[in-house]
Design a binder for this molecule. Structure first.
Ligand SMILES: Cc1cc2nc3c(=O)[nH]c(=O)nc-3n(C[C@H](O)[C@H](O)[C@H](O)COP(=O)(O)OP(=O)(O)OC[C@H]3O[C@@H](n4cnc5c(N)ncnc54)[C@H](O)[C@@H]3O)c2cc1C
Length: 249
């Protein structure tokens, strides 16, 4: 009697989660029993925590992005294609390249991405210029260039909505901005405002109080309970549902 065909484990995503699970499971699952396939839309793997440091020149964009396949062990195949749909009834993943993969077990590790299109006015002509973000490599690099030319004004760091990837990153950003501007002699010329939909600097009450105090001591203003309604790029302002207007440079 011939041995049964190996079962197939399909992992969607080759980021931190997908690569970690592929490495751990390849060691544990016998190769003659399990075939492991990872699907990713491209062969790119970003070390996302670096996005926070790129705007301040502390990390370099070229060190942040590597080929995804280099993080996968022998015995794991990588299929490069956007995923089109899942059909759990027949345990099949359909890919944009026109092929499909049948699986015994599926692990979804496609991560999270930002949706600036969900806030009116965010994606205007000033996107990645006076309106920046540091949740993508392109955004972090554009912000580095913007901050390099900074001479002073109102620096508004705004969280549109929770939950977000790494909820502490925006707070880290304002503290890094404060330190960077002090080093460059630009802090007195800059107002830093931290605008959040939360009722304080952070999610948990004790941390919120301590971190709020840290911000206050550095002269960073906190604008809590701010639910953004739209971005007015022409005026250089964000506007909340309760009609608060915060201007920015
Ligand atoms: C600024 C910042 C700072 C951070 N700091 C920290 C920190 O200090 N500590 C910490 O623990 N975490 C931190 N994080 C969070 C951490 O980086 C993420 O949680 C982690 O990268 C998520 O990994 P992931 O594999 O789930 O997703 P991702 O790394 O986003 O990978 C998703 C994968 O899915 C693929 N994919 C997505 N959609 C499709 C599709 N439709 N078709 C095919 N493939 C698809 C992508 O190509 C990619 O391979 C930070 C994040 C940011 C942005």
């Amino acid at each position: 009697m011939s041995a049964p065909a190996p079962r197939r484990l399909v992992i969607l995503g080759a980021g931190t989660a997908g690569a970690t699970v592929a490495n751990k499971l390849r060691r544990r699952l016998a190769r003659d029993e399990w075939r492991i396939t990872v699907v990713a839309k491209d062969d790119l793997h970003d070390y996302k925590p670096s996005y926070l440091f790129i705007p301040f020149g502390m990390d370099r964009p070229e060190d942040t992005r590597k080929a995804a396949h280099t993080f996968l062990p022998d015995g794991v195949e990588l299929v490069i294609s956007p995923i089109e749909s899942l059909d759990p009834d027949v345990r099949t993943v359909r890919l944009a390249n026109g092929t499909h993969l049948e699986y015994h077990t599926l692990i979804i590790a496609t991560g999270a991405h930002i949706r600036p299109d969900q806030t009116e006015g965010m994606l205007g002509p000033e996107w990645h210029a006076s309106v920046g973000e540091f949740y993508s490599l392109e955004g972090a690099t554009a912000l580095r260039d913007r901050l390099r030319d900074w001479t002073g004004g109102r620096l508004v760091v705004h969280i549109s909505e929770m939950p977000i990837m790494c909820p502490v990153a925006p707070l880290e950003f304002v503290l890094l901005a404060d330190a960077d501007l002090r080093r460059r002699g630009l802090r007195d010329a800059t107002e830093i405002i931290f605008v959040t939909p939360l009722d304080g600097a952070f999610t948990k009450p004790v941390a919120s109080r301590i971190l709020g105090d840290q911000l206050e001591r550095r002269g960073i203003l906190v604008e809590p309970d701010f639910m953004i309604e739209h971005v007015d790029q022409e005026a250089g302002a964000i506007v909340s549902y309760d009609e608060r207007v915060i201007s920015y440079n």
